[in-house]
Write a protein that binds this ligand. Structure first.
Ligand SMILES: C[S@@+](CC[C@H](N)C(=O)[O-])C[C@H]1O[C@@H](n2cnc3c(N)ncnc32)[C@H](O)[C@@H]1O
Length: 282
């Protein structure tokens, strides 16, 4: 497995890459979160990928800030009454096992079949802290996802949707279609997403993105409108937090990037911005 030519085999391998950063953070004395499952889930392959992809092990601060911000927004949505967390493209995320959660909370994870079955192999004997269900489904299958969304809508009072690290692999049209499908379910009240500016998207396409593109996992989405992209499908930004600003708050931002602070107000355009957004219904 330490073959230096080994590379990304498809979009689901990106889940192992992200788990690598959660494993690294967990080892720190001052960790912003601890995921005791991440090392096992990333596996040797995840460690290898992160250390052989171009720029694959750089920007650790951004991955950590992203996880931290998703944790914050998910907790807030649950405190505000969400009784179901729908994690689209959950990958190797272990939040149902590591967060403080009510045992009555419903948590549904969706991802492609291979990664769902790998995760089941690794975590099958562990006990989640809430009512967890894993569903293997291709979210590009519009009929299948609409069917799932309407079933979940019927079985909950208030749903928070999470899609961490997914939208960037979809075209703007695909994102818009998914966004409309989510908005058409009346109990889907909030949606937590991560977003890159057009400038950041171009940077990523030139580095790690080249190799991911060859594996059919090209980076595609970085809208000029920022979080307002979702307005036409029924969502508006309630809270938007930049990853660099968040990393700086915890003294994790690299010195060479500090000159980019403070982040611009409004749509970041060419500024290399990434952030996490809490969307609510318009
Ligand atoms: C970068 S990983 C993020 C995983 C997880 N959310 C996290 O942050 O650790 C991207 C995930 O998107 C999933 N994915 C990509 N396209 C998908 C699709 N069409 N349907 C379902 N899952 C998809 C991949 O399998 C992978 O697990």
């Amino acid at each position: 497995m330490t073959d230096s030519t080994a590379t990304v085999r498809g979009v689901s391998d990106t889940a192992r890459w992200v788990a690598y950063f959660r494993a690294r953070e967990t080892q720190r004395a001052d960790a912003l979160f601890r995921d005791p499952y991440a090392e096992r889930l990333a596996g040797e392959y995840g460690f290898h990928l992160a250390n052989t992809l171009p720029d694959g092990n750089k920007h650790e601060w951004a991955w950590v800030a992203r996880t931290y911000l998703f944790d914050q927004f998910i907790s807030r949505a649950i405190q505000e009454g969400a009784d179901l967390v729908l994690n689209l493209a959950a990958g190797l995320d272990a939040r149902p096992y590591r967060m403080e959660l009510s045992p009555t909370l419903q948590w549904v994870e969706v991802d492609l079949p291979d990664i769902v079955s790998y995760k089941e192999d690794v975590l099958g004997k562990e006990t989640p802290r809430c009512r967890l269900q894993r569903i293997a489904l291709d979210l590009s299958d519009v009929a299948a996802r609409r069917n799932l969304f309407s079933q979940l809508n019927a079985g909950a009072k208030r749903v928070v949707v999470v899609s961490e690290g997914l939208l960037i692999y979809f075209t703007p049209e695909e994102v818009s279609s998914l966004s409309t499908d989510l908005a058409s379910q009346e109990r889907f009240r909030t949606w937590v997403i991560d977003l890159a500016s057009p400038g950041q998207l171009r940077l990523m396409q030139r580095t790690t993105g080249k190799q991911l593109s060859e594996a059919g996992a090209a980076f595609k989405f970085g809208p000029a409108e920022g979080a307002h992209f979702f307005a036409s499908s029924g969502w508006e930004p309630k809270d938007v937090q930049g990853m660099l600003k968040t990393a700086a708050q915890f003294k994790r931002a690299p010195v060479e990037l500090l000159s980019l602070l403070p982040e611009p107000k409004g749509n970041p355009g060419n500024y290399p911005w990434t952030g996490v957004c809490l969307l609510g219904r318009r």
